[in-house]
Design a protein around this ligand. Structure first.
Ligand code: TRP
Ligand code: ZN
Length: 881
């Protein structure tokens, strides 16, 4: 494990390398205990580099076996090799030479899952961000582009399948039962996109013909016997390839495209050129084992990794500070893809819910950082919701500000101008400025300034003058190491909703630039005056979540109900109802804390039945509209001095109250949404299941009877139905016979399927209440649990820490102590996953006093340990600071 040296990397220190590596030739002789890696690098000294400048290569825990220049062994005094660095001082006079480096690695012992490792008997690599240096010494940074030729040698029996980037060139047998394959990737790429896979896997194959007629062989490789489970992923891949041609004019550029599913993987998937490697969770699906959410995730992640081929691979990042250049943009592209494949409004609501659940707390806590950070200690810790999700929102705002035509022109210019380069956010923005003629300098602050901007609004209508006035004020709260903020350019899509529910016309507007239904805030305060407004409108603001801000609007509850019923923007209808729910839950939890009993507004209790039965709305939309804000959403709204128990109790009460009030309608719609035909994962069918499952939650809470959930559990014909019923039984009927039986039967049925048992772990880890920490401890001893498998750890430990508000935040601090002790165990093998678990502590300062003390103690206890990994120390120190 690499321990922390405290070094900080800064954007302003960027310098190009003194040397280049135009060609990289790698030979692997694969063995679990000792794999020999021979790297033959063509090294070129830049014209401006002096001869005396040493060549400094990155390493991470490497052992050097051999070192040659132009075929001649190097004398010991010519270089200096440590596990983390290779410095070569005496270099040839010629500006170009061949450097041969032989290293030894131990893939079977690699539990950090970075570099070359073995997962389930399959050799695979993960090089982003800095894993390549665990394989060989290299200029392991994204601005060093090289063409790769890779030769893999392996025992034929152990690894009949040998894959790497690019196109296959050659393959054949060797002596003693070994064989080899050679791959060549003609597209220069940074080392983080290198990949190798070797093992005994099954595959499914297909073909895609690109718009210009290139035939591409597609392959998806999975564990033998699981081939049929990859069919949906293959379909999603072909749809992604077509969509990128149609929407962005981007074609695929190799003869083959391969995807491999592995079971030990630190993240979702990886976009290695021509050879995407996936967490098997995001490839394998069938109705028996996958939920509709799993299907949607597979579709989105297959698309995401494929889209990286242009946004990330053909055009890559100059340095890791520019991570959002590829990630934010590619998330934006996969969001648009899913919106086109499914329902745009439903997709947008789901995106915003994710953004608020993950990115807002990050931006409002100790780990806040700009979309493009200026400093980091450990880059692994910057694969964050801010870089990915807020990064995508920033691209979406460019689209909003420029309009579709100029946006597309900007993207086209970006692809044409920077193909084959490693570039920056400035390069990216410049393309949009040139294509549109618009000045984006103030807008660029979205990349540079951390924190969620706040927009406060008040509205008044003067009936006599027929004038409607909005007073809008922006502020950006201070974040770590940025106390003073500059004013942002905030695009707010809006409508003045008239008494009939239609958007009203107006004669003129002053006080801010308004274009195509968007108010552009640029100053601290704008007074926007609309003239010629014939009746009092209700303002619908930040439609479609056009800007990732928090908004406070002095609005009467009846105006919110009016928008929830009538706004022409479906997102805003959802937002209005969500605001009503949130406010009611905030008030109720305050009452509970004061020892009172909450009393919910009749109008709020009546409205859900109306939504549930509204056949003009898609089922998926109704499901989202009816979903109560999560406990963490309510906590965020309260802001400080949080008592998770009061919030949990308030939410339970509102759910039961609505369930009782709406019972006849809900029961009716629950029956209507039944699906008797064959299973289909399409959006429409998934929406019906989603609505039915939300109603099941309400009906169970309203009746306090497990019978309906038990019936659904027993008769379920898909995992979506079964898992939802299990969830209701386990969470609402804690300790009941029905819950117990369902959990046991689920365990038995999926005993040999780790991905499904993950769902079983999550359901139990998220059972509300103080007892759950003991259950989680017990489940860690379950034979299916493994502390070295990231999916298991994320399900059981991550599920508990990040999704169980009353369990994790148990008042006596036992949840915190459990997490701290488990993080340290995970860290022994996998620092990256350990650091990610520690993020669950990030909002600790917003808790009530005694929980704050307990959380601080658990954090300090971890931080006191010697030899912490750079990953974990970085998170801990920023969290405690
Ligand atoms: N580039 C990957 C993606 O967003 C992310 C990723 C996969 C990653 N594996 C990783 C990042 C390991 C850091 C470490 O698609
Ligand atoms: Zn990505």
């Amino acid at each position: 494990m690499r321990t922390d040296t405290g070094q900080v990397f800064r954007l302003e220190d960027y310098r190009p390398t003194a040397y280049l590596i135009p060609e990289t030739d790698l030979t692997f002789r694969l063995d679990g205990d000792r794999t020999q890696v021979t790297a033959r690098l063509t090294v070129e000294r830049r014209a401006e580099t002096g001869r005396e400048v040493p060549l400094v290569l990155d390493g991470d825990g490497l052992a050097l076996d051999d070192l040659l220049i132009d075929g001649e062994p190097l004398p010991a005094e010519a270089y200096d090799a440590t596990p983390d660095r290779l410095i070569i001082r005496r270099l040839p006079r010629t500006g170009r030479f061949e450097l041969t480096i032989v290293t030894d690695v131990e893939p079977a012992a690699n539990k950090a899952l970075m570099g070359l490792y073995v997962s389930n008997g399959v050799y695979c690599t993960q090089c982003e961000a800095e894993g390549f240096r665990r394989i060989t010494y290299y200029l392991d940074r994204p601005d060093v582009l090289s063409t790769y030729r890779v030769r893999i040698e392996a025992r034929k029996e152990e690894a009949p399948l040998l894959l790497s980037n690019g196109n296959p060139v050659e393959a054949g047998d060797l002596k003693d039962g070994w064989h080899y394959a050679v791959w060549h990737d003609p597209h220069p790429k940074p080392s983080y996109l290198f990949a190798l896979v070797a093992g005994d896997l099954g595959g499914i194959h297909d073909e895609f013909v690109t718009a210009s007629g290139r035939r591409v062989k597609l392959g998806i490789y999975v564990e033998h016997g699981k081939e049929p489970l990859a069919a949906y992923a293959m379909d999603a891949l072909k749809r992604s390839m077509r969509w990128d041609e149609e929407r962005f004019g981007r074609e695929y550029d190799l003869d083959v495209f391969n995807i491999v599913a592995v079971s030990d993987f630190n993240m979702g998937a990886m976009e290695n050129k021509g050879l995407n490697v996936f967490n098997d969770k995001y490839v394998l699906a069938d109705p028996e084992t996958a939920t509709d959410t799993d299907y949607a995730n597979i579709e989105a992640i297959i698309a995401h990794e494929y889209f990286h081929n242009w946004t990330g691979n053909r055009i890559t990042c100059r340095d890791w500070f520019q991570l959002c250049l590829k990630e934010g943009l590619t998330v934006y592209r996969d969001h648009e893809f899913s919106a086109d494949q499914r329902s745009r409004a439903v997709k947008r609501i789901a995106e915003v819910r994710t953004l608020k659940a993950h990115q807002f707390p990050e931006d409002q806590g100790p780990l806040a950082h700009p979309v493009r950070p200026r400093r980091y200690r450990e880059i692994n810790n910057f694969y964050t919701a801010t870089v990915y999700e807020k990064g995508s929102e920033v691209v979406r705002m460019i689209h909003t500000i420029l309009g579709p035509d100029h946006f597309r022109a900007g993207m086209d210019l970006y692809f044409a101008r920077h193909d084959g380069q490693a570039v920056t956010i400035e390069d990216f923005l410049k393309c949009f400025e040139e294509a549109s003629g618009k000045d984006l300098s103030q807008f660029a602050l979205w990349y540079h300034q951390a924190g969620t901007p706040h927009v406060g609004v008040s509205a008044r209508y003067d009936a006599k003058a027929k004038e409607f006035t909005l007073e809008i004020e922006q502020s950006v709260p201070p974040t770590p190491s940025e106390s003073r903020k500059r004013l942002m350019h905030i695009p707010l899509a809006f409508g003045l909703v008239g008494p009939n529910g239609q958007d009203m016309e107006y004669e003129s507007a002053e006080g801010a630039a308004i274009e195509n239904g968007v108010i552009h805030l640029r100053k601290r305060r704008h007074i926007v005056q609309f003239k010629g407004v014939s009746a009092r409108p209700v303002i619908s603001l930040n439609r479609g979540f056009s800007a990732p801000v928090t908004l406070s609007l002095e609005a009467r509850a009846e105006d919110q109900f009016f928008l929830a019923r009538h706004d022409s923007d479906l997102f805003s209808r959802w937002q209005a109802l969500n605001t009503l729910f949130t406010q009611a839950l905030v008030d109720a939890s305050t009452q509970i804390r004061r020892g009172g009993k909450p009393d919910f507004d009749k109008a709020l209790l009546n409205y859900p039945a109306e939504i549930a039965a509204d056949g003009n709305l898609e089922a998926a939309y109704r499901a989202l509209a009816l979903a109560l804000p999560a406990e963490a959403d309510i906590a965020r709204e309260i802001g400080s001095n949080i008592d998770p128990d009061a919030i949990g109790a308030a939410r339970d009460m509102l759910r039961a109250a609505i369930g009782k009030e709406a019972e006849p309608t809900f029961a009716n719609v629950y029956d209507q949404m039944r699906n008797d035909g064959a299973f289909s994962p399409d959006a429409e069918s998934a929406g019906r299941r989603a609505l039915r499952n939300v109603l099941l939650e309400y009906l169970s809470a309203g009746s306090a009877e497990p019978a309906l959930a038990t019936q659904q559990f027993r008769t379920a014909r898909s995992m979506t139905e079964r898992a939802a019923a299990l969830n209701v039984l386990a969470h609402q009927f804690v300790g009941s016979e029905d819950a117990h039986e369902a959990l046991a039967s689920f365990e038995k049925r999926y005993n040999d399927n780790p991905l499904v048992l993950d769902k079983w772990f999550v359901v139990q880890a998220t059972i509300p209440g103080r007892e759950t920490v003991d259950l989680v401890r017990k489940l860690m001893l379950h034979p299916a649990f493994s502390i070295t498998n990231p999916n298991r750890v994320r399900s059981l430990i991550g599920g508990f820490a990040s999704s169980n508000q009353t369990g994790f935040h148990r008042a006596d601090g036992e949840g915190y102590r459990f997490l701290a002790e488990t993080i340290l165990k995970v860290e022994e093998n996998n620092p990256q996953v350990a650091a990610r678990l520690a993020i669950a502590f990030r909002s600790w300062r917003s808790l009530e006093k005694s929980r704050q003390e307990q959380a601080r103690a658990a954090l300090s206890d971890m931080a006191r340990r010697p030899n912490l990994s750079r990953d974990l120390r970085d998170i801990l120190e920023r969290t405690i600071a």
